[in-house]
Design a protein around this ligand. Structure first.
Ligand code: XMP
Length: 534
């Protein structure tokens, strides 16, 4: 499955590190992230064709700052330092980095030398910069975000870009294959960012760019076949994007040697259980054994009277493991347990890059202890979410499933504040279906409007209040509409959905969903609120 040519991103803890790796992969070059703590011997053993040092949160000259082995610059492998990475390169090789009097932040006009292999092909708008003295100079907009600046380049380097406030926006030592860029080419605000990264990986590292999703599928299928042989594989299918794509890929590789257990806990979105069955069940297009367990009643029973959010989550997770174990006992011993782990899960759990955030709440109940298997198989372990989606489409999964919004493992359990009951599940499912339908309608086809949320859903509050319907007094629930704009789901802002769209959603929910007499729009940011309600 691994493509032979690989670029290594060394993670110093900055916020854009995963983005750098994704952008490199968009150049069809396979890319992995590793922590700056990775020993140099291990880096050499990975034999990357290029190395990228990323941003970091501190100053490189401070004591205890993240650093790397000086040998990294002597391997004969091209190195590109970005932001902190650029400063660190200069600092370690004899240049000088200092605190600037003002922070340079935001879209900035940068003059670049187009005879640098990094900036080949940038034409910019020369009329823009009347001070351009060099014939090979162009101006282009880049994204800057730095307090420190490179005040002196290291011996052997030459300056190949600058801004009005930053004397060294980029520097190079072509003979050693070392390049440093102060701005962020990985961020979309940098107009020529993709070209710059493409120049680095193709022209400087000499990568061919053969990493593609169709070749991923072909190679992954071969690899799975080789690993599994005539063994049996068990997969817990949640109906989410990752486990669905894993199921489709495994099905293509090993057909009926795969059994998927789909536990419908009764906390899915409206009709979602049936949609999963349509795709993977007997009438679907995939060759596999599909087991659907309708466990809604069992869950509602377990959750009766439970109001504490962590306890609810725990019950939902544990019950899932229990049901999965029961089913697996019916199936008997299997050789492999498959999981839909994807690359950000690997990085975020501290295994790939530097990020120490362990999203333990995402592994709903952990691994089942009482399932008899020899090994774990994770066919999507090296892919980013957008790549997983491409693989899903490539394998023929419906777009509706492939482009599903993130949905928490405990499902509607965390969108029903307080006790979970079948009636509250019905209310939140119906309200949410209306909300999603109206947002999709308002967003239309083609390019998404600016207000388009990255995640949105209805939740049912635990508040009942007085209303009036016809001549009758009502005492019903309030539905909260949540919609957020976010990049990483760690911080988020409420999305500015147009008023008339919200009004339409409100009037349909109150008119069509029995048991609701109030609709609220949640304005809170994360932090201090979370995206989900529990
Ligand atoms: P919060 O509520 O923590 O949500 O701000 C951040 C993102 O994570 C999703 N989320 C979960 N996903 N299992 C999951 O797989 C969970 O237990 C879980 N809790 C929250 C949430 O939907 C949002 O995208």
């Amino acid at each position: 499955m691994e493509s032979k040519e690989m670029v290594l991103v060394i993670d110093f803890g900055g916020q854009y590190n995963q983005l750098v790796a994704r952008r490199v992969r968009e150049c069809n070059v396979y890319c992995e992230i590793t922590s700056y703590r990775t020993p140099i011997e291990k880096i050499k053993a990975m034999s990357p064709k290029g190395i990228i040092l990323t941003g970091g949160p501190s100053s490189c000259y401070e004591e205890g700052a993240a650093t790397c082995s000086p040998e990294l610059f002597e391997l004969g492998i091209p190195v590109l330092g970005l932001c902190y990475g650029a400063q660190l390169m200069m600092h370690m090789l004899g240049g000088k980095v200092e605190r600037a009097s003002v922070r340079e932040y935001g879209k900035t006009e940068v003059s670049v030398r187009t005879d640098s292999p990094l900036f080949t092909g940038i034409t910019g708008d020369d009329d823009h910069d009347p001070t351009a003295e060099l014939s090979h100079e162009a101006t282009t907009i880049c994204w800057m975000s730095h307090f420190d600046y490179i005040s002196k380049i290291a011996p052997g380097f030459e300056v190949v870009a600058h801004t009005s406030g930053c004397p060294v926006a980029a520097a190079q030592d072509k003979s050693r294959g070392l390049y440093a860029i102060q701005f962020h080419p990985e961020v979309l605000h940098t107009v020529e960012g993709t070209r710059i990264l493409n120049n680095f990986v193709k022209n400087i590292c000499n990568c061919e760019g053969t990493w593609r999703m169709d070749s991923f599928v072909t190679n992954a299928v071969e690899e799975i076949k080789g690993k599994v042989g005539d063994g049996r594989v068990l997969l817990a299918l949640s109906g989410g994007v990752d486990s669905s794509v894993a199921a489709a890929l495994l099905s293509k590789a090993i057909g009926e040697q795969l059994t998927c257990v789909f536990v419908d806990h009764g906390l899915m979105r409206k009709d979602e259980g049936d949609e999963v069955e349509e795709v993977f069940g007997e009438r679907g297009d995939f060759e596999l054994n599909f087991v659907r367990v309708n466990a809604a009643e069992r869950y509602y029973e377990k959750l009766r009277g439970v109001t504490e959010p962590e306890q609810k989550r725990k019950i939902i997770g544990e019950e899932f493991i229990r049901i999965f174990e029961e089913e697996s006992h019916k199936i008997g011993a299997v050789d492999f347990l498959a999981q839909g782990t994807i690359y950000p899960d690997v990085v975020e759990s501290g295994l790939g890059g530097e990020s120490a955030v362990i999203k333990s709440h995402h592994n709903v109940g952990g691994l089942p202890e009482h399932v008899d298997f020899k090994d774990i198989i994770e066919p999507l372990r090296n892919l980013f979410k957008d790549e997983v989606r491409k693989v899903g489409l490539e394998l023929g999964l419906p777009a509706k499933l492939v482009f599903r919004q993130p949905f928490p493992g405990p499902g509607l359990g965390v969108r029903i504040v307080g006790e979970v009951t079948a009636d509250k599940v019905r209310i939140v499912q119906d309200a949410d279906a209306i909300y999603r339908e109206e947002i999709a309608k308002a967003a239309g086809e083609g390019e998404a409007p600016n207000w388009m949320p990255d995640q949105y859903f209805a939740a049912i509050t635990n508040m009942r209040s007085v209303g009036v319907m016809g001549d009758e007094r009502t005492y019903d629930y309030a539905i909260a509409l949540r919609a957020v704009k976010t990049v990483d789901f760690m911080t988020a802002e409420a999305a500015p959905i147009p008023w008339e769209v919200l009004q339409k959603v409100m009037s349909r929910i109150i008119g069509e969903v029995r048991g609701v007499n109030r609709v609220l729009y949640d304005l809170s940011s994360k932090p201090a609120s979370t995206i989900e309600f529990e």
